[in-house]
Design a protein around this ligand. Structure first.
Ligand code: GLA
Length: 737
């Protein structure tokens, strides 16, 4: 890992273990150009790639056609207004209403990385390159920041924008941008809806705009702040893959534009729609951080770079590397229909099976008998929880289980004590009836008085009993944007201030309760993003708990995020969302690829299922470390082949691996299926065992023999036909010692 500077030629080169990123200052008049990003190269003086010597030449050589140059040069942080008609990373407006700026290089610095404010990466082995650009007319300064770590192939970028002499309005202030030639690349994005989050879409990049965004105030079920730009031949293990992911939990854009010379502009940052930021003289604005990853080893290499960065340099929770307690959540067990007796019955049965925590979901507070009321009234409903919360928690603890609780802190129901007392705390445009969603409004989290009240409500509950886990939910998007506390010229700051307010509150919560296990959630997975991972080591992946639907959701999620972050539970059948019936065993294998837990009424499920839980609990304890800390390799995708799914988690030293294989659909008259393993050490010798649920032990898989890693990877193994739909197998591959 290094940052090198060629002062004479004004070239800056970032080297991670396997990639290089090069920026050069174009001779005259000093624009910052993007030279190269890709596989590691040895030379830094490859600035011929900028093509400034080719027509239409730099403005000094061709002043009469400056616009022709501006409209095709590969900029590192393009600005709006001076002849580059592609999408800009920065657009300002002066008090006079002028929107043009032009950024010239004015200096650089290199320093050791000290943690930036959350959300963002952290670590003590990082280096920061800062390139400073200035607009001569407005005095505006932009610092382009690049963070690299010794142990990571990712580059983390953001910008800090300063206004020194006059008031400026930022109409767009993106986190990262770079231009490159289109070498027949394809675009991968993650899209969906409620209960169908992060399905993988892939299509060729064409001229014009393509990309994804959110304008919902949260990252959203619909799109995701991730883009993959991949070569046509890119597979899991081969080809080129660029990954771009934004550490942010609100409105974002991630776009790629192919221009007139077949060049690409790649951009990500806060969505400029519903955004503006007023900078008074002397003020600065820091954009969210964007993570860039390049892999010459296909999508698998890209995923592993993201996973490693997030595990080592993003997730701060003390729970990050610890086995998470196996929880049982009562949402799909009871919905709103529960009382302390039911919960204690569930906890009692759960304790017998080895489950370690009970989570009391929605419905325990105010007059919350359904989802139409009471959000904001965070006092225990003693009609349901007779004797109060402490008595219940003590009862659950006495059974040997930890206790967790659900909150939806950002919301307010029109039918609530809180709304009756503070109707002005709900986001709404004065004089207009604001739109409801799930019969609720959103609290104005940009206001510190609102945040203080919410924090007190939460901490009063957390202080009242031994609560060791919080599920923080957020069940509707933001609309009718207006804040009574902001002046007219700052109203468009609300969406971003809202996100900053949520971050501040979660930060306060985990500082006050450092041992607390926080799980974020948003109607399932609408806020599964790296911003939230700074505060919670796990996020509820989706409200769809069906094992087969989860294969697609978890595949898309794992493209970017470590398995240790994916909230995944075994639920009852027929599945409440899709009505599918799957074997209990398979539900366990799929949930094992995440945090693992249960979401069912253990007192009422079939006896055979209940009897399997102790074996599944043991299975989790046997393998969770491999799943949480291992390298992730995807062997097969059910979304693509429509028949089977398979992935591996491999210990960093390659001495051990766990392979999950799910036969989604059975077939008649077939041989076994050849499966080529990945990621093992070709020279190591391994044995393969199958986890046997009945005996809760490992039995030899197939012939009891030893295999070289290269045989397993190049020749593969035969996966026997499992006779039936929705069947699964777990293989433990261990080095022969
Ligand atoms: C959201 C969550 C669910 C559950 C409900 C409760 O939909 O994703 O897991 O907590 O809210 O209302």
């Amino acid at each position: 890992m290094s940052v090198s500077v060629n002062e004479k030629e004004r070239i800056f080169k970032l080297d991670t273990p396997n990639t290089s990123y090069i920026i050069a200052i174009m001779d005259d008049p000093g624009y910052a150009g993007h030279v190269y990003y890709g596989k590691h190269i040895s030379d830094e003086d490859v600035n011929y790639l900028l093509r400034t010597g080719e027509s239409p030449f730099v403005p000094s050589g061709n002043k009469r056609d400056k616009i022709s140059f501006m409209d095709c040069a590969p900029f590192e942080y393009p600005v709006h207004g001076c002849g580059d008609f592609r999408e800009a990373a920065l657009k300002i407006r002066t008090e006079d209403g002028y929107c043009t700026s032009e950024l010239y290089y004015s200096g650089y610095s290199i320093s050791g990385f000290t943690d930036a404010p959350v959300p963002g990466v952290f670590g003590d082995n990082g280096t920061v390159l800062t390139i400073e650009l200035k607009d001569k007319i407005t005095g505006l300064t932009v610092e382009l920041k690049y963070i690299i770590f010794e142990d990571s192939d990712a580059i983390v970028r953001y910008s800090v924008i300063h206004s020194f002499t006059q008031t400026l309005y930022l109409e767009r202030a993106l986190s990262a941008s770079f231009d490159m030639d289109n070498e027949d690349y394809e675009l991968i994005t993650l899209n969906g809806t409620w209960a169908r989050e992060r399905y993988i879409d892939r299509k060729p990049i064409a001229h014009g705009f393509q990309g994804v965004y959110s304008g919902r105030g949260e990252t959203s079920h619909q799109h995701h702040p991730f883009m993959g730009i991949v070569s046509k031949d890119c597979s899991q293990s081969r080809g080129e893959a660029y990954g771009i992911n934004l550490i942010y939990s609100g409105n974002f854009i991630a776009s790629v534009y192919e221009g007139q010379f077949d060049n690409l502009r790649i951009l990500t940052g806060i969505n400029p729609e519903d955004f503006e930021w007023k900078l008074e003289p002397g003020e600065s604005f820091a954009t969210p951080q964007a993570v860039l990853v390049y892999s010459s080893e296909g999508l698998g290499g890209m995923s592993r770079s993201f996973h490693d960065l997030y595990r080592e340099h993003l997730i701060r929770s003390p729970w990050k590397d610890k086995a998470r307690p196996i929880l049982i959540n009562n949402w799909e067990a009871t919905y709103f229909d529960f009382n302390e007796e039911k919960l204690l019955a569930i906890a009692g049965e759960a304790a017998k099976s080895g489950i370690e925590m009970l989570v009391m979901d929605d419905g325990w507070f105010g007059n919350r008998y359904d989802d139409n009321r009471a959000l904001g009234d965070w006092t225990v409903n003693e009609e349901k929880i007779k004797g109060g919360l402490k008595k219940l928690v003590d009862g659950v603890n006495a059974l040997g289980l930890k206790f967790g609780i659900w909150f939806e802190p950002e919301m307010i129901s029109p039918d609530s004590e809180l709304y009756r007392a503070h109707p002005d705390w709900a986001i709404a445009v004065p004089g207009r009836e604001a739109a409801l969603a799930r019969n609720q409004y959103v609290l104005d989290m940009s206001r510190s008085d609102v945040r203080d009240h919410v924090f007190k409500s939460l901490s009063d509950i957390l202080d009242s009993a031994n609560i060791e886990y919080v599920k923080w939910d957020m069940n509707r998007p933001l609309a009718d944007l207006a804040s009574l506390k902001l002046p007219a010229d700052r109203q468009k700051e609300l969406s971003h201030r809202y996100v900053l307010g949520v971050y501040e509150l979660q930060d306060r919560l985990i500082r006050r309760y450092p041992g607390l296990l926080l799980e974020n959630c948003s109607g399932g997975g609408a806020r599964f993003d790296p911003g939230m991972l700074c505060f919670s080591p796990q996020i509820w992946c989706s409200d769809d708990t069906d094992a087969i639907e989860r294969l697609k959701i978890q595949e898309g999620t794992a493209l970017v995020y470590p398995l240790s972050t994916m909230g995944a539970h075994v639920s009852d059948c027929p599945n409440h969302t899709v009505g599918r019936i799957t074997p209990f065993e398979t539900r366990g294998y799929v949930a094992l690829a995440g945090t693992f837990g249960y979401e069912l009424d253990i007192t009422r499920i079939p006896e055979a299922d209940r009897a399997m839980i102790p074996a599944q609990v043991k299975m989790y304890h046997m393998y969770h470390e491999l799943v949480a800390a291992g390298d992730y390799y995807r062997l097969a995708s059910y979304s693509e082949n429509r028949e089977y799914d398979s992935w591996m988690c491999i210990k960093k030293d390659k001495s051990e691996a766990l392979l999950t294989y799910i036969q989604v659909l059975g077939r008649a008259c077939v041989h076994s299926r050849r499966l080529k393993l990945q990621g093992l050490d070709p020279g190591k010798i391994y044995r393969i065992y199958r986890f046997d649920m009945e005996s809760v032990s490992e039995l030899p898989y197939g012939e009891d023999k030893a295999y070289h890693g290269d045989s397993l990877m190049n020749a593969g193994i035969n996966m026997i036909n499992l006779w039936g739909d929705h069947k699964g197998v777990l293989l433990h591959i261990t080095e022969l010692s």
